[in-house]
Design a protein around this ligand. Structure first.
Ligand SMILES: [Zn+2]
Length: 451
């Protein structure tokens, strides 16, 4: 990827990082105020905001319109290698997930800043990272940082609803955007505390779990609530969901997760004598941590449950949706067959809403070497922790095309802050905006290569 020796500290740039922190804060505040909740998305407004910032610095972006306001954007910083060399891509998505307003302590779209913390939907997932990437891009240009590869900023629509109008649409209509040497995207955060221990752990995700979204439809005999019978669609559905929840799920220690747990052990965040390779120990560890459980097993979450219309009417039909996440290398059809066997009721149909083949990717890539060099030289004893991302991201589209894509949001979060992702009171500290921009800047300089 680059000839820069990964073990050198890069020369410092004349950047005032206090100013960068205020600029990042102000830009993210403005970005959070643009409501790009998906559905419906409305990413066009986000693209207009980003395009205005780029044009103000003399950079003309390209925009890609998939219709109905589903717009994506790219901008390029040419490298010294000239045309024909594959770029390094800084990827982010513009859309955000909806909020449950009543559970938030602040207006999720107001960009509220208090005590050095910026609150709002998208602060972590992933407008915050989008602003860090934009600033790295602008700072490279402002400071005339020479680099061999092109750096391509790519901000896309529709990541949160499986990318039909975003990355998948771009892959079909603008396949030139898939040509890349490497991609830096969301997928893993850093942790200032993990498993109850304090630390300086920077997660990087070279791979991720694959989503399998299912709808269960139960049918039964309708009737009057005063005359119960044995064919109630609501009861049928609940019993079958109970069987799914109770089903035994094997723990699997994949090589990626072995690396994750070994890293945590080496960093003193797991006891030195903990034999995590022992399946019983692993099972106990998974039982104590949602994150570990997600890394060692296929998971199923019940996400919606609907049915019934009136207090005294037995419904003829009830529905539930399941969000299943499969480990890399698993077979979707085998998993579906197992689920059908557990459901074991011909009055309950399983519909596949979305499926995606679980991909296995290389853990060791040059991009990871550059990230490790950054953490080694730019933090005080930070540790890089390769891991499977429990969530899925647009990286899967690049990995499918053989391009290494790494999830790397270099901020240090608490478990509570991580809970804001798709949850309530999502927020990021301005110190993390500064740290993330600094570390991304260093990684991009290394990965794009010094001439
Ligand atoms: Zn995201």
């Amino acid at each position: 990827m680059s000839k820069t020796a990964p073990d050198e500290k890069l020369p410092a740039l004349p950047i005032d990082w206090d100013e960068v922190e205020s600029e990042a804060t102000s830009l993210l505040q403005q970005y959070l105020r643009i409501d790009t909740t998906n559905p419906p998305g409305g990413e066009e407004a986000g693209v207009e905001f980003l395009a205005r910032l780029l044009r103000a610095e003399g950079i003309e972006p390209s925009t890609y319109d998939a219709g109905d306001g589903r717009v994506s954007l790219s901008a390029r910083l040419p490298g010294t290698n000239g045309a024909g060399t594959k770029p390094l891509i800084l990827l982010s998505h513009i859309d955000v997930v909806p909020v449950e307003r009543e559970y938030w302590n602040v207006d999720p779209y107001a960009g509220t800043l208090k005590d050095g913390v910026l609150w709002g939907r998208g602060a972590l997932d992933m407008k915050g990272m989008g602003i860090m990437e934009l600033l790295v891009f602008l700072l490279m240009r402002r400071n005339g940082v020479a680099h061999r590869r092109d750096v391509l900023l790519l901000c896309v629509a529709d990541e949160e609803e499986a990318s039909q109008f975003g990355m998948d649409w771009l892959a079909e209509h603008h396949p030139e955007l898939l040509v890349a040497d490497g991609v830096i995207n969301e997928g893993a955060f850093g942790f200032g505390e993990l498993l109850g221990q304090r630390g300086l752990i920077f997660g990087v995700a070279p791979t991720e779990k694959a989503p399998l979204w299912l709808k269960l439809v139960a049918k039964g005999r309708p009737g009057h609530g005063s005359l119960p019978h044995g064919d109630n669609a609501a009861l049928r559905l609940i019993q079958c969901l109970g069987r799914i929840a109770d089903a035994r799920r094997d723990v699997v220690l994949r090589p990626e997760t072995e690396t994750t747990l070994q890293t945590l052990q080496d960093a003193g965040m797991l006891p030195a004598d903990l034999a995590f390779r022992d399946p019983d120990v692993l099972k106990a560890l998974a039982g104590a941590s949602d994150l570990v459980r997600a890394l060692v097993s296929n998971t199923v979450s019940l996400t919606t449950l609907t049915g019934g219309q009136k207090h005294n009417v037995i419904p003829a039909r009830t529905e539930a949706t399941l969000d299943c996440r499969l480990l890399p290398g698993e077979d979707v059809d085998t998993h579906l067959a197992e689920l059908r066997a557990i459901v074991d009721d011909d009055q309950v149909e399983i519909e596949v809403i979305y499926r995606c083949p679980p991909l296995v990717s290389e853990i060791r890539t040059e991009l990871l070497d550059h990230i490790e060099a950054t953490i080694r030289h730019e933090t005080a004893g930070g540790v890089v922790m390769p891991m499977i991302s429990p969530g899925f991201t647009d990286s899967r589209i690049y990995r499918r095309h053989g391009v290494p894509a790494i999830g790397f949001t270099p901020v240090l979060l608490t478990t509570e802050e991580v809970g804001g992702v798709h949850g309530h009171d999502e927020r990021i500290s301005t110190a993390n905006l500064r740290l993330g921009t600094q570390l991304l800047m260093d990684t991009v300089r290394r990965a794009a290569g010094t001439p």
